[in-house]
Write a protein that binds this ligand. Structure first.
Ligand code: DGL
Length: 269
């Protein structure tokens, strides 16, 4: 039997977005074994009901638990903002970390004028969670939120730094520019894939905040505090619910590692 520290960390998202979190986890925790699940058959989550997203998340967590993971990162803002508390209750036997709080922590480190923009899926923005959490910890903060649903299919298609992406970004982000925000939280893990285009549209004076780094730091702290820290692993394995070459391509683009994702029938969980 392998010891707890050698067991993998499970990370999941609706598709390729969570790979931007995996990248930071590999940087911060290079010797951890990782199992990733991307729900490519059912992406996007952001336009679906809370009930459906919860059901999908439960199936994925059951799958990851079967793979003997020692902890889980929900690398998806839609799941984090709508289902985190319920998932924590349902799966109280395994540590689960989400991405919203780390996003708030990262934004607080860089904002000076206390005007913060949040972009995410429709479900994330509708939940109002970023706004609530920012207001809880920073008095006088002004939060401007905007759903950007077309960013997810652009990222899934690998259309990440093109004229179309910039045109779409201009339409979505014009209000946030007008509000003179100094920091923009990428409240969807797909969006860091489009970071160059978003940066071009927002200009150099706006801090682009990606919650992934703080998320990885939080996981590192948890593992160290609980003697679950691995010093001899580093294997990464990828699963999807619908196999396509695009996932493997984006995986190599983001992680600079070549992998062939394996398909899983996630509905049976
Ligand atoms: N990447 C996910 C998020 O952070 C989900 C995007 C989607 O599937 O709509 O919200």
């Amino acid at each position: 039997m392998i010891s707890i520290d050698e067991r993998p960390i499970g990370i999941f998202d609706s598709g390729v977005g969570g790979l931007t979190v995996v990248k930071e986890v590999i940087n911060v925790l290079p010797k951890e074994n990782i199992i990733y699940f991307g729900d490519t058959a059912r992406v996007p989550y952001g336009s679906k009901s809370r009930e459906l997203v919860y059901k999908f998340s439960c199936q994925i967590i059951k799958f990851l638990k079967e793979k003997n993971v020692k902890a889980i990162i929900i690398a998806c803002n839609t799941v984090s903002s709508n289902c985190y508390e319920d998932l924590k209750k349902e799966f109280s036997d395994i540590p689960i970390i989400e991405v919203l709080k780390p996003g708030v922590t990262s934004a607080l480190k860089v904002t000076k004028n206390k005007k913060i923009g949040v972009i995410g899926t429709e479900a994330t923005i509708r939940s109002g969670q970023y706004e609530r959490k920012l207001k809880e910890v920073l008095e006088g903060v002004e939060v401007y939120s905007k759903p950007c649903p077309l960013f997810v299919p652009l990222a899934e298609e690998g259309v990440i730094d093109s004229k179309i992406t910039i045109d779409v970004a201009k339409i979505y982000l014009q209000d946030l520019i007008r509000y003179k925000i100094d920091s923009l939280i990428l409240g969807c893990t797909h969006y860091p894939l489009l970071k160059n285009s978003i940066k071009k549209v927002m200009g150099d004076n706006v801090n682009i905040v990606d919650p992934a780094f703080e998320t990885a730091i939080k996981m590192k702290k948890y593992l160290k505090d609980n003697n679950m820290y691995n010093i001899k692993g580093g294997n990464h394995k990828f699963y999807v619910s619908d196999k396509n070459d695009k996932f493997d391509f984006i995986c190599s683009l983001v992680l600079k590692e070549n992998h062939t994702a394996e398909e899983v029938s996630i509905e049976k969980y």
